[in-house]
Design a protein around this ligand. Structure first.
Ligand code: AMP
Length: 756
């Protein structure tokens, strides 16, 4: 209003209009991020109205949103309505906020469903708590209701974003929108649709009248006339595609995804997304040329036999193409037999990328192996060995040198394998089926009596191996066999049921950094989805007994993955590629997953000094050395960049074995800082300043530990001004600008190290 008055005072006739931007998009489509990016860069006063936080930071009602929007508009502000607004009815009341001085826009973030799902699954600290496994089902359900907005609803402008570059262009438009600017009215964003795609859609819909290619490929005509509404109106089937698949059809690839999802959408498996899941290819039907009808009967028989025996697990038959004959046969027979589709279903996709590309959570895969258990040969065997990297070959050799037809061998996947880190796969079960192909060894020469017997045995062995992994997991989770303690940095649900969920993230390196133990207390029930990298320990009991060191003094089990620092400290000379400095008592290295611009670890070389609980007075000198060495590196860093500020300290309950001091700059500017646990482990009393540890040990002979795990779940607060933030992206955006002085407590006793 100030601008308007100022203009009037100058006698200018300026029509200053507020804007209501109704964001339309599924959870995970990027609505809040859109607001977060526009608001700080735009000179127009914006208010973001989010139903998830409208009730004093908590979820509220649509009425509250409307009231708040009306009030912001009255103050001359522009408004983002940050809720899904996926159907006309949801939008109706908000559109009515428009008027002579208020334009109503829609920004439609119509990104591929799989992207929204994977983002929703991965996010942490979501305002509406829609994250983790449950998000997939919700996103899918919501997308069923999607109705793209139309100008006739009352919008003056609609921008349709179908991909990230559309979103970026739209972001630029709104970010540049000054207080007195207006945007042109109309429908924007649909560009140059590809003729092939429309043909594809028609084909998918099995329309009798496929338009002639030349008609559709008339790009100029399409550009002016093709809009989703126009297309939808001309092609009522378009909506059917959305209903079937929840995917907007934008590209040929998306079209395929529609079809793929249609194949698997018959099942309610998404609702059972947390269950331990075995993905397996059809054994022997490809290269080994086993009869498909017979093979499908065997699969169904074995699935029926095992599916209930196994309890709450999922068996998923996978093939690369939606045209897979074996998949269709099995799917039809499974429906006929009424097999519970939440426990067994078929799925189209690359078995080595089902999570990253298809959003399917799975833990174990079967490999149609060769008898030598070697990589190569093409088909699924080659893909799995390729995708798993050399680690699988080595791990396989440790288990077996060869395999008999009808047998299987389960191989725990090393953490170094991308299949573990990217997909969350913990075991590969190699299976050898019967061979009917005369070009391959041990051909059964059409002896289907033997062939069927061997194939049945192969599936039995496969499902039994899977069952054994699940059982071991269940035992471990219940803490029956080993005395496990919580690793608070990797909190996860310890539930009555077995939950083998591992939420891999996309950053290849950052996988095992917060691998965890099992929480015996069930205190963190429900917190599974809060931890981004909550990886379950899948190792067998045998592995645990052999590999894990149990520190009797602390009853803490260190998983083999948690021993990386210990190995480096014991043999730094073998790790010259990663260590920065080797001294008599300590080793210095970069944190592999730095949570700030500068993040070092100073490791003690003393064997048996696993963590702070083991520290006693005799270690005082060592603690001082660790501190001094850390300080020396801080000085070096400060010479390079005087804007940095450091803190040196220990995690009260570390995730990695071998006492290590964190030397960390306080910018927390790092892609590895991803979740609440990460933040709180460095910014609550969980982080034990080195100076305090030294004082404590010197006064009391040991460190008084504050390893209260609830510290890690406390709300996100800026380490400088202590303001609270709903999620990590918001916190990060805040801390990148916050220049408030650090709290007094940190400025005392040398806890913070500032440039001279
Ligand atoms: P803590 O919770 O104190 O045990 O922290 C362990 C730290 O070790 C984390 O900051 C990890 O990012 C880091 N880390 C994990 N694995 C490695 C590794 N192999 N080399 C260096 N740092 C690692």
């Amino acid at each position: 209003m100030d601008i308007e008055n100022a203009a009037k005072a100058k006698g200018e006739e300026i029509n200053v209009k507020s804007v209501v931007v109704i964001l339309v998009g599924a959870p995970g489509s990027g609505k809040s991020t859109f607001c977060d990016q526009v608001m700080p860069s735009s000179t127009r006063p914006w208010v973001r109205i989010c139903q998830d936080t409208i009730g004093n930071g908590k979820s509220g009602t649509k009425a509250q949103c409307l009231k708040s929007a009306a009030s912001a508009l009255k103050d001359g502000k522009s408004v983002f309505i940050d809720r899904c607004n996926l159907d006309r009815e949801q939008r109706l009341e908000f559109v009515k906020l428009g008027g002579p001085n208020v334009d109503v826009h829609a920004v439609v973030l119509d990104l591929p469903a799989k992207l929204c799902i994977s983002r929703s699954i991965k996010r942490t600290g979501h305002e509406g708590n829609l994250q983790g496994g449950k998000a997939a089902a919700v996103v899918n359900r919501m997308l069923q209701k999607k109705e793209l907005p139309k100008l006739s609803e009352g919008f003056t402008r609609i921008t349709l974003c179908l991909n990230e570059s559309d979103v970026q262009a739209c972001l630029n438009t709104y970010s540049a929108l000054g207080p007195m600017d207006t945007l042109p009215n109309g429908y924007f964003g649909q560009k140059n649709p590809d003729a092939k795609i429309q043909l594809g859609i028609m084909k998918f819909l099995k329309k009798a009248e496929v338009p002639a290619a030349n008609t559709i490929s008339d790009a100029s005509r399409i550009q002016s006339s093709f809009s989703p509404q126009v297309f939808q109106e001309k092609n009522p089937g378009y909506k059917r595609v959305e209903n079937v698949s929840s995917f907007p059809v934008n590209t040929a690839k998306d079209l395929k995804e529609c079809e793929d999802l249609a194949v698997c959408s018959a099942g309610s498996h998404i609702l059972n997304d947390d269950a331990p899941t075995l993905a397996f290819p059809s054994i022997s039907t490809s290269d080994f040329q086993f009869d498909l009808e017979k093979a499908s009967d065997i699969i169904i028989k074995k699935v029926e036999e095992f599916v209930n025996k196994l309890g709450n697990v999922r068996l998923v038959l996978v093939d690369l193409s939606h045209r897979s004959k074996i998949l269709s046969l099995v799917k039809a027979k499974a429906t006929e037999k009424n097999i519970d589709s939440s426990k067994f279903f078929t799925f189209v996709g690359d078995i080595t990328r089902l999570c990253s590309e298809r959003g399917l959570h799975y833990n174990v895969i079967a490999n149609a192996a060769n008898w030598r258990l070697k990589p190569g040969g093409g088909g699924v065997n080659a893909s799995i060995f390729n995708a798993a990297g050399p680690a699988l070959e080595v791990a396989t050799k440790e288990q077996a040198k060869s395999l008999q037809p009808g047998k299987s061998v389960a191989v725990p996947l090393p953490s170094t394998s991308p299949l573990f880190s990217r997909e969350g796969i913990t075991h590969v079960i190699h299976v050898l089926g019967p061979n009917m192909n005369p070009q391959r060894p041990n051909c059964l020469n059409n002896d289907y009596i033997t062939g069927c017997k061997v194939l049945s045995e192969a599936y039995t062995s496969l499902f039994e191996d899977f069952a054994s992994i699940v059982r071991t997991q269940a035992k471990l989770a219940k803490g029956k066999n080993v005395n496990l303690v919580t690793n608070p940095l990797g909190l996860q649900e310890h539930n009555e049921g077995v939950n083998m969920k591992h939420s891999p993230n996309n950053d290849q390196k950052s996988k095992r950094e917060d691998v965890n133990y099992y929480d015996k207390s069930k205190k963190y029930k429900g917190s599974l989805y809060e931890a981004e990298a909550n990886i379950h320990d899948f190792r067998t009991e045998k592995e645990h007994t052999n590999n894990d060191k149990i520190d009797a003094s602390t009853t803490k089990v260190w998983g083999s993955w948690a021993q990386a620092l210990y190995h480096i400290a014991m043999h730094p000379e073998k790790h010259k590629d990663v260590v920065l400095e080797i001294l008599d008592d300590v080793v210095i290295l970069h944190d592999l997953y730095p949570k700030a611009r500068r993040h070092l670890l100073v490791l003690t070389r003393s064997e048996g000094l696993d963590c702070l609980t083991a520290v006693r007075k005799e270690h005082l000198n060592l603690l001082r050395t660790m501190h001094d060495v850390g300080m020396r590196w801080v000085e070096k860093f400060l010479q390079e960049d005087a804007s940095l500020i450091f803190r040196l300290g220990y995690h009260s309950a570390p995730s990695m074995r071998q006492l290590h001091l964190h030397v960390i700059s306080q910018d927390f500017d790092s892609k590895h800082l991803k979740n609440k646990k990460h933040w709180n482990s460095f910014n609550t009393a969980f982080f034990y300043d080195s100076v305090d540890v030294i004082k404590d040990v010197s006064n009391h002979g040991k460190a008084t530990l504050r390893d209260d795990e609830s510290l890690l779940s406390t709300e996100l607060r800026c380490h400088r001004c202590r303001s609270a933030h709903p999620n990590i992206p918001r916190l990060k955006s805040h801390i990148s600008n916050c220049r408030a002085p650090f709290p007094h407590s940190l400025l005392q006793s040398g806890r913070l190290v500032l440039p001279p």
